[in-house]
Design a protein around this ligand. Structure first.
Ligand code: KIV
Ligand code: ZN
Length: 516
């Protein structure tokens, strides 16, 4: 179907390459399940050769997530292709995505090989992948800075070797929309199979803020697949944002004449999930999913909106699954009503998870007058996505007064033991975190600290994310509470627990240069 644009989501691969993001297998599975509900055509689940953890995540997603094609990335070398196949082979529809550099600068300075050798590597990799699965994607990396003739030659070689999808990456986000559109049009006229028997894909980075514009220019010139990520995550300035691509194609469908399989009503949920798991907050004025994207504040605008929403709104917030936060549950609500409300929100929890979430809800309902959908989402995020808790927070006492050094006394439970400690700090949060670090004997460097109010009111819960460097690795912790210091202590402890209990198979993380 010529007018159908395939959405290839690479949040779990290119998105996960953003600095400081390190999702565990369970978190990746949760994102992949949401991507399937969102209706993406392809999930690039990871780069299996890079670590045992990445391999396990890709193979778990391949086994469990039904619907989309599941792809694994591989450099154009045998070991990568074999490992990628091992990881995706149980998918309903497995794909191997092989890539190799194509620009002179990458070939000469990074690969240090002859151009002929690189062509041979591309052909060998695609043939090897083809021996495993009929669905093989090939990417000539840094295509927009490559010599056109060589790029076309490499694509021809890959197609001859059996590639069914050719992806043209603007690896360094250098292209301009018109230029990129012309490149795509020229490739289509040079290689007639492109956009016909072979799917033509594009993968644009956002270094100049043009990733979405370039992707659209490509679509208007013959491409049929866009590679993108939720919230535009990805290397450096990120990739084309899925939510923007999907809503442009939907909102301007009459002019552009293209469709996607995206269930736009899932966009808001997918964005929130990815933001909460990665700790990458979405900027307030971000298109489509920013907090202000549907907020109208000036008098003239609100007046217009009250008279007719179309005066200032080109898409309805409902279209991306945004409903006003409503009061849905109160202090007296029982477990049954709680479960039913979560089911309405599409959360189906196991009994243990429900118990934990319900206990947290009751605690919150005692402190906070109104419990909204946003509060419930935060509870589910905190209580359900728990890591194995080596340490649990039992007690936290803060002493802080103007002119004196704040101190914190903390008690942590580890199995049957209760360990306690006291520490001073620059502020109450610093003191609490220092006390936890002393008790757990886990020296950590704070890389980032972020606090956000979940709802707008004064009794809002604080949602704290903390990124710690423990032994050279990043661990993201999250905690919520109506008390910011307690939320911070929980977030800090959550990161420490992740570090302490980090998956054994992650320990032997392969030390490879991802070369992307
Ligand atoms: O940006 C890039 O070139 C990539 C390729 C692996 C597709 O991420
Ligand atoms: Zn990329």
């Amino acid at each position: 179907m010529k007018d159908r644009v395939y959405i290839f989501d690479t949040t779990l691969r290119d998105g996960e390459q953003s600095p400081g993001i390190s999702l565990n297998v369970r978190e990746k599975l949760e994102v992949a399940e949401e991507l399937a509900r969102l209706g993406v055509d392809v999930i690039e689940a990871g780069f299996p050769i890079t670590s045992p953890g990445d391999f396990e995540a890709v193979s778990t997603i391949a086994r469990q997530v039904k619907g989309p094609v599941v792809a694994g990335l591989a450099r154009a070398v045998d070991a990568d292709i074999d490992r990628a196949w091992e990881a995706v082979k149980e998918a309903e529809r497995p794909r191997i995505h092989a890539f190799i550099a194509c620009s002179d600068i990458h070939i000469e300075r990074k690969l240090k090989k002859s151009k002929d050798d690189v062509l041979k590597m591309a052909a060998t990799a695609v043939k090897r992948a083809k021996g495993y699965t009929p669905d093989v994607e090939f990417s000539p990396e840094d295509a927009t800075r490559a010599d056109f003739e060589y790029l076309a030659k490499m694509i021809g070689v890959a197609i001859e070797a059996g590639a069914t999808v050719i992806n043209v990456p603007d690896t360094v986000g250098y292209a301009l929309p018109q230029e990129f559109g012309e490149l795509i049009a020229n490739l289509c006229s040079e290689i007639p199979a492109l956009g016909d028997s072979v799917v033509l894909s594009v993968h644009c980075h956002n270094d100049l803020g043009l990733a979405v514009a370039n992707s659209l220019a490509a679509i208007e010139n013959g491409a049929h697949q866009i590679e993108c990520t939720i919230n535009g995550l990805g290397e450096r300035a990120g990739n084309a944002a899925l939510e923007e691509v999907a809503m442009i194609l939907d909102t301007r469908a009459r002019l552009l004449g293209k469709t996607t399989g995206i269930v736009t009503e899932e966009i808001n949920r997918a964005s929130k999930l990815v933001s909460s798991l990665t700790g990458y907050n979405v900027q307030f004025n971000k298109s489509i999913v920013g907090r202000n994207a549907f907020a109208h504040s000036s008098g003239i605008h609100t007046d217009g909106m009250l008279k007719d929403r179309d005066t200032y709104e080109i898409m309805s917030p409902n279209k991306i699954g945004l409903a006003e936060s409503q009061l849905i549950l109160g202090k007296t609500s029982g477990r049954h009503a709680f479960r039913a409300h979560l089911a309405d929100m599409d959360y189906r929890l196991g009994e243990d998870e429900l118990d934990r979430a319900f206990a947290q809800f009751k605690e919150l309902a005692d402190k906070k007058a109104e419990i909204t959908n946003d509060d419930l989402e935060a509870i589910v995020a905190e209580e359900v996505r728990t890591v194995a808790e080596t340490y649990a927070l039992e007690y936290l006492e803060i002493n802080s007064a103007t002119g004196s050094t704040p101190s914190a006394t903390v008690k942590l439970r580890r199995g049957d033991e209760v360990l306690s400690g006291t520490a001073a700090g620059d502020g109450p949060v610093d003191a609490a975190c220092q006390a936890i670090s002393d008790i757990a004997a886990s020296p950590a460097t704070l890389m980032s600290y972020n606090v956000r109010a979940i709802t707008g009111s004064l009794d809002a819960q604080g949602d704290v994310t903390i990124n710690l460097d423990v032994g050279g690795r990043n661990f993201l912790g999250r905690g919520i509470s109506t008390d910011i210091v307690e939320a911070s202590a929980k977030a800090y402890l959550n990161a420490i627990n992740k570090a302490v209990g980090r998956e054994a198979d992650d320990a032997g993380r392969a030390d490879i240069d991802r070369e992307l």
